[in-house]
Design a protein around this ligand. Structure first.
Ligand SMILES: [Zn+2]
Length: 276
């Protein structure tokens, strides 16, 4: 069996599991795998992910043009391509609408508090991406803004997207997000989840590498200098600001003849990163 055929079979298997577990309805959801620098394998639009055939998968290029296959790719490939471009470490992306996690997304509630050991070690923070109209740059920009620092995110008033080093890795993260959302839902019925301490979260973040999840692109659950842990911490944004200011100063020190140009380019990058 060729490597490409094995990957196609894995996509079909993950599609079946998404459908069988009720994480998508009808023709919803989409899966893709990065094959190489020029080719992405994508699930077809308008087909149930529970009943796909090998020859229905579509091969596309970085512009979303069909290279191989008689079906059209999912309309959400714009978002998948944007994630691959922002995250060179990512080889697969899965998007679905699982009930509990999408419930949190439609209530506009992130799952970014540090409360469950297994989630901190395997995924980390699960932020909420701002709303964007499906299949537009508005959505892909919103998702990439948070996925550059996370392997899973809730999409406001829409669903969930996860990424990983292969299709099963991305799929299992989606399964974990849904299971976790269900747990948080139950804990809120019982009075609400309780935050782990900063020391406990630091210990869990430290052992993430043994789970293969330590990565600069996914720094894990948020811990600040003070006792703050979880989604309410603003320290990550502050660190980003400090790093960008230091980069700006460094460039200024070395390119005095082109200061104005460089300053304006970097300021634009900062504005784009902030979504302004
Ligand atoms: Zn969707």
């Amino acid at each position: 069996m060729t490597e490409e055929l094995r990957i196609k079979q894995d996509i079909l298997e993950c599609g079946r599991r998404l459908y069988d577990k009720g994480m998508v309805a009808a023709n919803d959801g989409n899966i893709s795998v990065r094959l190489n620098d020029n080719e992405i394998l994508a699930t077809p639009t308008g087909r149930s992910k529970g009943f796909m055939q090998i020859d229905e998968l579509v091969k596309i290029d970085w512009q979303g043009r069909i290279i191989e296959g008689s079906h059209r790719p999912s309309t959400e490939m714009l978002m998948h391509l944007a994630i691959y471009q922002a995250r060179p470490d990512v080889q697969a992306v899965v998007h679905a609408h699982p009930v509990y996690a999408t419930g949190f997304a439609t209530a506009n509630l992130a799952l970014d508090q540090c409360v469950a050991a297994e989630i901190i070690t395997t995924i980390g923070s699960i932020p909420l991406a701002r709303y964007g109209t499906p299949s537009t740059h508005e959505l892909s920009d919103a998702v990439v803004e948070v996925m550059k620092n996370a392997d899973a995110c809730l999409m406001t008033n829409h669903g969930v997207v996860t990424c990983g080093k292969n299709v099963f890795d991305a799929y299992y993260k989606l399964e974990r997000v849904e299971h976790y959302a269900h747990i948080i839902f139950v804990s809120r019925l019982l009075g609400g989840e309780k935050l782990l301490t900063r020391a406990d979260v630091e210990k869990l973040n430290a052992i993430r590498s043994t789970y293969g999840t330590q990565s600069d692109a996914n720094p894990g659950c948020r811990v600040c200098e003070d006792s703050c842990v979880g989604g309410d911490c603003a320290c990550y944004e502050k660190k980003d600001d400090v790093a960008m200011q230091s980069l700006l100063q460094d460039v200024m020190n070395h390119h005095t003849d082109e200061n104005d140009l460089i300053r304006s380019v970097i300021e634009k990058i900062i504005r784009d990163a902030e979504g302004n």
